[in-house]
Design a protein. Sequence first.
Lengths: 147, 158
Amino acid sequence: MARKKSSGPEQTDIDMTPMIDVTFQLITFFVFTLNFSEAVTDDRIQLPMSQLAKPAEGPATNPITLQLMTNGKVIYAGEPVALQDIGGYLENEKRVMISASKEPSSATVIVRADGRSNTGDVQDLIKVCQEKGFERFVLRAEYDESR
Amino acid sequence: MAKHRDELPSKIAIDMTPMIDVVFQLITFFMLTLKTVISEGDFDIRMPLGASAGAAPEDPIPPVRVKMTAGPSGERTSMTMNGQPVGDFDDLRRRVIDLVGTGPGSNADKTEVELDCDPALKYENVIRAVTAVSGMVQPDGTVVELIKKIKFAPPKKR
């Protein structure tokens, strides 16, 4: 090793230009594909597929995303919560909305339920939301491009 | 100016290391924050509290009742529309089109669908039923919209 080093030139000039070109192209690509949307997604949920599930035109007003897992637990703010306990969290949401002088009925509850979960759980979740004064619901599905 | 230039060394070696460091950090940041966007869509459902007791008086047409029953493992065992047995979701869509019609003069805007499902039914069946009643995709890719007003029947006791 020592011999090799001493036999080489004193300073090797590596042409950095192509690497920097490529690197800047990569940066440009990543900057353009950067997604600023605050869409809540979770790997624990496998949404049902639908051919008509086209993305909404605009963002939902005051969205509250509730994700229902197959075991009947609801992912709220990233944490799994039992279905019977979700009412307390929704009460907090309601209080925050009222303190910001917004009506709970103006909020959109986005239901991201797993396709394999029970319909009864989805209905129970909607019922809890209704009891807290939320009225607008959307059922989220994944766009099925296969047909 | 010419005098100045003469004083400068023949080649200026710019140290690229800090710039490349920063650039790689930027790349790493963007790569880690990259999110693959799965196109998702929403179905609106109409569920105001208190409306479950019956159809609103301004609805001239009674709601279409779609009932689905489930087997022990949550699979769909039967489906009816207004009491008539329905084979599959394509059949359901055909019956909805027969009922409300398409194009101008369609009653789709005035009609409401009420989904009555067994609690154990797998939720994907609900979405398939909602898809069937809310529209159809034609071979050229255009979407014919059918009934948009969808609600759930009051949940059954379990």
